[in-house]
Design a protein around this ligand. Structure first.
Ligand SMILES: [Fe+2]
Length: 219
């Protein structure tokens, strides 16, 4: 699929997590990539590890192409990449059962992903948009929804993972995530497209990517 590196939009559709894995590992080449250390629960998800080389390790042979793609991304493409990861993780999470390793791994991964994304998105998407009348209110709404998701994550942390209550809250979180992402992609993205300049769309993507990676590396 890296043959499609010249077309970022095709690349963005390759599936769950691939770009996230690469963009983190590109900045952390001296350490094993998260793909290499992935437990089965993540390794079996569609898209994860789809670029492993013949030795079974996540190859960075195409990292130059990926960097070029990231450099050309605008803020909407960067955010959509993160959104696809969240959707994939949330879908997988609600298919787990009981107090299993898969449930634990997927929950922690989704929690980390949501936190890194929300922090980076608020700083390099919502804050600049609050400056414009057209996008002030939807930005406030988006940030409020991030808080609602945070609260559901905290509720899951405090709930016994083997209880029926846990999966009920997980489904609530799944619903909230999908609602929020649809709101963003079909609402504020369109308005932001009108108020941000083309240069801002590109520079915010770089800022978002940098912040996202530094948030993920806090783990
Ligand atoms: Fe968001």
């Amino acid at each position: 699929m890296f043959q499609d590196a010249e077309n970022p939009r095709i690349y963005l559709n390759i599936g769950l997590q691939s770009i996230n894995e690469k963009r983190v590992s590109l900045l952390k080449l001296s350490r094993p990539t998260r793909e290499q250390m992935l437990p089965d629960a993540l390794g079996n998800l569609p898209g994860v590890g789809s670029h492993r080389n013949k030795s079974g390790h996540a190859g960075l042979q195409a990292s130059g192409g990926l960097l070029a793609i990231i450099k050309r991304m605008n803020i909407f493409e960067a955010l959509r990449t993160s959104h696809e990861t969240q959707r994939g993780l949330a879908d997988a999470l609600i298919k787990t059962s009981g107090d299993s390793k898969d449930r634990d791994v997927l929950f922690k991964e989704l929690r980390t992903e949501l936190a890194a994304h929300a922090a980076a998105e608020e700083r390099f998407f919502y804050v600049p948009l609050i400056a414009h009348d057209m996008t002030q209110e939807p930005s406030r709404h988006g940030i409020a929804e991030h808080h609602e998701m945070d609260e559901l994550v905290e509720k899951l942390e405090k709930t016994d993972a083997s209880s029926p209550a846990w999966i009920a809250v997980a489904k609530e979180l799944h619903h909230k995530i999908f609602h929020h992402l649809k709101d963003e992609e079909q609402g504020i993205f369109q308005l932001a497209g009108k108020v941000l300049t083309e240069a801002e769309k590109l520079s915010l993507a770089k800022d978002y990517e940098g912040e996202f990676v530094s948030q993920r590396l806090k783990d």
